[in-house]
Design a protein around this ligand. Sequence first.
Ligand code: GAL
Length: 415
Amino acid sequence: MVKRWLPWTLAVVLLGAAIPALAQTGRLEIFSWWAGDEGPALEALIRRYNQLYPQVTVENATVTGGAGVVAKAVLKTRMLGGEPPDSFQVHAGQELIGTWVVANRMEDLTFLFRQEGWMDKFPPALLEQISTPQGIWSVPVNIHRSNVMWYRPEKLREWGVQPPRTWDDFLRIAPDLARRGVTPLVLGESWTVQHLWESVALAVLGPDDYLRLWNRKLSFTDAKAVAVWQLFDRILAHTNRDAAGLSWQHAVDRVVQGEAAFNVMGDWAAGYMATTLRLVPGQGFGWAAAPGTSGVFMWLSDSFGLPQGARNRPNVINWLRLLGSREGQDIFNPLKGSIAARLDSDLGPYNAYLRSAANDWRTNRIVGSLVHGTVAKEAFMSEFATVMGIFLTSRNPRAAASAAQAIADQVGLGR
Ligand code: GAL
């Protein structure tokens, strides 16, 4: 009896699993800044979506530009013009909540988190980051680390230097590297300069004061915070002059080619070096916490949401389902250079760098990134470029500090 039922039961289960795939048709536009050589992880996820929903035409709408500097502007025009993409990349937290959630342009995804049993599958602090009392606003696909310093082990051996543990160490070895014609620290376009700044801020302030800056307990004009700009100034003296013309990938290339010794960049650099350049972590490239930040993991998370009025809502929901699933996260992250946001990821397909990041994520002190939308509202973050501009033209730490404070007051940072 049991035997006779088994094939039928199996057939019904399989058919049941196949029904949603067959039923879904139409289109799905996925909007992000993961273009070109930043694209493989997203493309792998889209391939899986295509297998699950073969009748849906996916439009992979990317807008080139690291950290979303261009994509965010395009998104703004589309959202304000009532033409939202079906789903878009956004950093988990204030970057979405302070913009499109407060403007009532997003759908609450609590129903999906409940349906999929996700309420206890993500770290509680991350859930908190993507929620307001009114709802849960996006599905996090990863955890990236901002405060990482990258280098070429064989080159460091050739030059007889170690990865600096502190910025003082760096300032000591930099002149000798420069004498050899090597750029001590390579920078790229504007946002990568801000990216370096947040690691320097963490090193100077330590995790407690760094966090106090974002909840307004420490003023930007406090001597401790001014000291960040003072050290930043000394570090900038050992960077390349053509930074403005380089993408973050170009900057990483300089390290890979042995023209520069170090680069401070988020671990999407590991994705680029391992997946696109096919370098072996630990051999082709090495890593360390940015100087003075060992034991602290500065995090950020990429996520996707569901805008109100999305034309292909059911297809978006299936996309979000895949993004938030363990399978989806373990397809995406090993290629992306990030670790899964979920707590139950299978580290099997993750490389040596990612395993070390997963270990640090579990054991380090955790603080959020400014540049990638974690600790401050978007209004502050977008104005921070002006603060940096003031500093780069004046090289005046006090002027930069009071500009930062003025913007914090103006946008109501931390409130
Ligand atoms: C970050 C994003 C990463 C990566 C990086 C460079 O803001 O979170 O996933 O795309 O920009 O473009």
